[in-house]
Design a protein around this ligand. Sequence first.
Ligand SMILES: CC(C)(COP(=O)(O)OP(=O)(O)OC[C@H]1O[C@@H](n2cnc3c(N)ncnc32)[C@H](O)[C@@H]1OP(=O)(O)O)[C@@H](O)C(=O)NCCC(=O)NCCS
Length: 212
Amino acid sequence: MLDLIIVGAGGFGRELLEMVGDVFAPNEYRVKGFLAQDAAGLREHGIDLPLLGDPEEYQPQPNERFLLAIGFMDVRRRVVEKLTEKGGQFATFVHPQARIARTATIGVGAVIYPFCVVSNSATLAPHVHMNYYSSVGHDCRIGQYVLLAPYATLNGFVTLEDEVYVSTHATVAPGRKLGYRSKISANSACMQDAPENTLVFGVPGRQVRRID
Ligand SMILES: CC(C)(COP(=O)(O)OP(=O)(O)OC[C@H]1O[C@@H](n2cnc3c(N)ncnc32)[C@H](O)[C@@H]1OP(=O)(O)O)[C@@H](O)C(=O)NCCC(=O)NCCS
């Protein structure tokens, strides 16, 4: 029996808890609790699993597998690095109602929600999150920690470098490349390549470089 630990106790973490039994066989996995700095109202949501501690301080055990449920890009990488350098292992969560092409590659620690599509020969690096109804077109290359919000759409041959954030209902045109830590605003259409740390917004997408 392996112990699953959800890293993040907000709305994202509660969503994962709801779906965990769809993905992991209950005779092989049980949910041990959450890692977070505070309980974020778990009790008020009727969840009585324990808060096991701060994810950056936690000492992983060999029979534990972590599920990343943190949306803040800054925190995603930091928490994964802290846990993995202490031997922590992340589970990969691919909901059975997602459609993943046989030729696609899904990196360890991915969290892929129902109704997502990953098309032919697409590659997802470790720790990518795809929220409901988001899609990755054929031959896309998706970097580490990338987060696709609900209904985000990547057409074929798109490249997203690490830590890109694509907001809800945003679209990236075929073959475009978005640099490290770019963000596409909600409902926007990214028609051109964007360098790192760029915010893209509107239709067609206008680009603003940001120093942070
Ligand atoms: C991309 C996004 C996350 C960027 O957030 P952020 O880093 O906090 O940046 P801001 O929203 O403050 O936007 C920065 C600037 O761009 C402007 N901007 C952003 N999106 C815009 C848009 N669609 N149209 C016009 N201006 C826009 C903002 O007004 C702001 O201008 P200012 O600096 O003059 O005030 C945010 O714009 C967004 O789309 N949020 C939705 C996220 C989402 O999909 N959540 C679902 C989670 S499941």
